[in-house]
Design a binder for this molecule. Structure first.
Ligand code: SF4
Length: 74
């Protein structure tokens, strides 16, 4: 089981630009305005941090896929 994709799902809520995800894992997330997921990152190396960031996102927009199956926090 490995995280293979990370993205923002803003179909219900918008990123509030709080910066929490970047504080948890700046290897994967940066928040210049809205959060963006960096390209070229080996997400499998940051699984715990990605899950923590997704769980901690106050508007639950961080989504990730584990071995191709989508998951979303909250
Ligand atoms: S934690 Fe969520 S709301 Fe806050 S900057 Fe990251 S994606 Fe946006």
């Amino acid at each position: 089981m490995a995280i293979t994709k990370v993205w923002l799902d803003e179909s219900e809520n918008e990123c509030s630009m709080c910066g929490a995800c970047e504080a948890v894992c700046d290897a994967v997330f940066e928040v210049p305005e809205k959060a963006v997921v960096k390209e070229g990152v080996d997400f499998a190396a940051y699984e715990a941090e990605i899950k923590e960031a997704a769980d901690g996102c106050p508007v639950a927009v961080i989504a990730y896929a584990v071995d191709g199956a989508s998951a979303r926090a909250n």
